[in-house]
Write a new protein. Structure first.
Length: 255
């Protein structure tokens, strides 16, 4: 075999005796196609990042995060709602095959299969094709997952009572409650606490603070009810106990 210039055979003719360093060409050798990382490229990245940061800060000032009242573990009427990116899982748990005795299926099995398939996607689909039409399995599964996520999210939004959620999360005035008062004991005894909360801040029922009602009006509502949410016959006590309850609520005023 003909020896090349600067080559020395050491058992394999493809191995040069002197290795040349593998240094890439300078960016200046590609005019119009690339640029220096510092400062040109990095400066552009900083400018784009600054624009997005300022825009995000302006949005937070114009539309601050909505706040709700302090969490009350005694409020059994409160309907919790997850963030929008978990709404599809929230809706999944409403169906009979994924809730109740089958809660493990909705909480672990179905999400586990979905996210497990996503993690295994590079190993299951090893095609070198780039067009979606040439990868029918991968494309089909991804479209199915996307359609399921969009549909379940839409279902969760469409069937949620947003008006009630806004009402139950509304920040209400707080007052110092004298829990040794005879009126408060009647409030507990007759089950009012279940709908109106331990501190009368509201829950399934409205807040009883600053109602603007007289004691006689409150007594009438407690005895006869008030549609649509307050049924008649809730209060079971005597007239004296009803007077204690109504006067207690009428005197609840925020500072």
């Amino acid at each position: 075999m003909h020896r090349g210039k600067g080559m020395k055979f050491v058992g394999d003719s493809r191995v040069p005796a002197v290795r040349k360093p593998n240094i890439p060409k300078d960016y200046s050798e590609y005019p119009g196609k690339t640029e220096a990382f510092w400062p040109n490229f990095l400066l552009k990245e900083w400018l784009v990042g600054a624009v997005f940061l300022i825009g995000y800060l302006c949005l937070t000032v114009a539309h601050p995060s909505p706040l709700e009242r302090i969490a009350d573990p005694t409020d059994t009427g409160y309907i919790p709602l997850p963030d929008w990116y978990f709404l599809f899982l929230y809706q999944l748990l409403k169906y009979s095959y994924a809730s109740g005795p089958y809660n493990v299926i909705g909480g672990f099995v179905i999400p586990g299969l979905a996210f497990g398939g996503l993690l295994l996607a590079p190993f299951l689909d090893r095609s070198t094709k780039r067009r979606p039409t040439q990868r029918p399995l991968a494309t089909g599964f991804m479209l199915l997952a996307l359609a399921a996520t969009v549909f379940l999210t839409w279902q969760a939004v469409a069937h949620h009572d947003w008006k009630k959620a806004e009402e139950q999360g509304k920040i209400v005035a707080q007052v110092d409650i004298d829990k040794n008062d005879a009126g408060y004991k009647q409030f507990q005894k007759n089950g009012c606490i279940n709908c109106h909360g331990e501190n009368l801040q509201g829950g399934a029922g409205p807040s009883l603070i600053d109602t603007g009602l007289k004691a006689e009006e409150i007594a009438k509502i407690a005895k006869n009810g008030k549609p649509p949410g307050m049924p008649a016959g809730i209060f079971k006590g005597s007239d004296e106990e009803l007077k204690q309850l109504s006067e207690f609520i009428a005197n609840l005023k925020s500072k």
